[in-house]
Design a protein. Structure first.
Length: 472
């Protein structure tokens, strides 16, 4: 059968050999079985015959060759979609089987850009879409690194796919996209809520990688109109639109930290050689303020929460010692929540802000120590825009929720805290941001007109359409 299969796909001969008791599980010198070879050659009819012999000839679909590949890996390598379907229909096919290097079938399909195969695999019950190989890469890392935009797009619509897993070099998919200089993939990851301030082994965030880039980014795919606005504000010529500095302005607008220092104590802003351009960046993207004194720049990152909320002076007052000394490091934002979940009460960070209360609980404002108890009917003091509207609008924001939050006047620190506290759902992040705006805004300013204006300015057109339909 090994001699016959590579040169022909005479189904009748294979069927005869199988019915005559041929060993369908025998390995050749490379460890391949007849099923491996038929799959590689895309002999669909032969694959069917072999699979149909499973009961009579004890065919084992998960046998490995010397590279650790099962037949499913081989089918995904070549993108043979029909054969992949046949293998997945077989009871017992291990969709999460790994090769010697830790690659699953999904890793393989993503690496080689077989979009339809990827989509088929993601539909399978029990598939681990985030399994890491020996280098710490997820299938999404593979698709991003190989610049397969359509595969990345298909993966990002799956709720099970995690955006911010770090590989062994501490690179998230967004950082890999920055190294690949694929602007379309960078934008796609951002609008789906990727962490803008992830850092790699060298402590570089996406802004470091963008500004130090010598050439241009490529593959915008769909025009990023906000990039035009960012470049216009900086006075950059059109030819610099997709340069490293041009893209950096877009990334900073999306919440990336210009003041985050890498392992060499260099911030992205330090890498901008043009003094005039650097000053424009500083004006457009000022450093975050300390949440206690509200005067100095917030520069101290607290662990393990990773909130950058205190200046150096205030951290000396508030912190007992570092986490390495086994004494508790206290972050003000870890003691309280400035946003409301669906089932939780709200604790506000400042006495002038009102807390929201569920039926059975009271809320204590940490500075005034006053209770802000409300009934269900009083929980949202809304003039026109109500909490139900916030829920519906948040479903349409995707990764633009931070941009909208800045337009609504929410501080970057607060936006970063929301991102940190609700990492699993970009929709929840969007709702928390809108709720933060709703609670911290004067009642007379909680109007559809103001929210619509912000949605329009940030080009959140799906959310704008949703809000407009609520008030027609």
């Amino acid at each position: 059968m090994f001699v016959f299969l590579p040169f022909s796909h005479r189904t009748d001969v294979v069927a005869f050999l199988v019915s005559s008791g041929a060993n369908v599980n025998k390995h050749n010198s490379w460890g391949d079985t007849p099923l491996h070879l038929a799959v590689e050659k895309n002999y669909e009819d032969v694959v069917k015959v072999l699979l149909n012999s499973k009961e009579n000839n004890n065919l084992q679909v998960n046998l490995r060759n010397i590279l650790g590949c099962i037949a499913l890996h081989v089918a995904c390598l070549f993108g043979h979609i029909k054969v992949v379907e046949l293998l997945l229909q077989q009871n017992g096919t291990d969709v999460n089987a790994v090769q010697e290097d830790g690659w699953t079938a999904l890793h393989v399909a993503c690496h080689f850009g077989h979009r339809k195969v990827v989509e088929l695999l993601l539909q399978q019950n029990g598939i681990d879409a985030n399994k890491v190989n020996l280098k710490g890469d997820t299938p999404l890392h593979q698709a991003v690194r190989k610049r397969h935009y359509d595969v990345v797009a298909s993966m990002l619509v799956q709720d099970s796919v995690k955006l911010d897993i770090e590989n062994n070099r501490k690179r998230t998919p967004l950082l890999e996209a920055m190294y690949a200089a694929h602007l379309g993939i960078v934008h796609k990851l951002i609008i789906h809520g990727a962490n803008m301030n992830a850092v790699d082994n060298d402590g570089n965030n996406c802004l470091h990688l963008s500004i130090i880039k010598k050439g241009m980014f490529h593959s915008e795919v769909e025009r990023i109109y906000i990039l035009d606005k960012c470049c216009a504000k900086l006075g950059l010529p059109i030819k610099k639109r997709i340069s490293g500095v041009g893209v950096a302005s877009y990334l900073a607008h999306q919440g990336a930290n210009l003041y985050r220092k890498n392992n060499k104590n260099v911030a992205p802003l330090d890498l901008i050689g043009d003094a005039d351009l650097k000053e424009k960046f500083k004006v457009l993207f000022p450093p975050p303020q300390c949440m206690l004194c509200e005067v100095n720049e917030a520069s101290m990152e607290l662990q393990p929460c990773a909130h950058t909320v205190l200046c150096e002076d205030c951290s000396k007052i508030q912190l007992k010692t570092c986490i390495e000394s086994k004494r508790r490091v206290v972050c003000p934002k870890c003691k309280e929540k400035a946003v409301k979940t669906v089932v939780e009460s709200v604790v506000c960070p400042k006495s002038e802000e009102k807390g929201v209360q569920t039926v059975a609980e009271s809320v204590v404002c940490p500075k005034s120590e006053e209770k802000a108890v409300k009934t269900v009917a009083e929980s949202v003091d809304s003039v026109t825009v109500e909490e139900i509207h916030l829920h519906r609008v948040s479903q349409k924001l995707a990764g633009k929720w931070m941009e909208l939050g800045r337009e609504l006047g929410i501080r970057q620190n607060d936006l970063e805290i929301i991102r940190h506290d609700y990492p699993q759902s970009v929709r929840e992040q969007g709702f928390q941001m809108l709720f933060k705006w709703h609670q911290s805004t004067d009642p007379e300013k909680r109007t559809p007109r103001i929210l619509k204006a912000a949605l329009k300015e940030t080009e959140c057109y799906d959310a704008l359409k949703c809000l407009s339909s609520e008030f027609n």
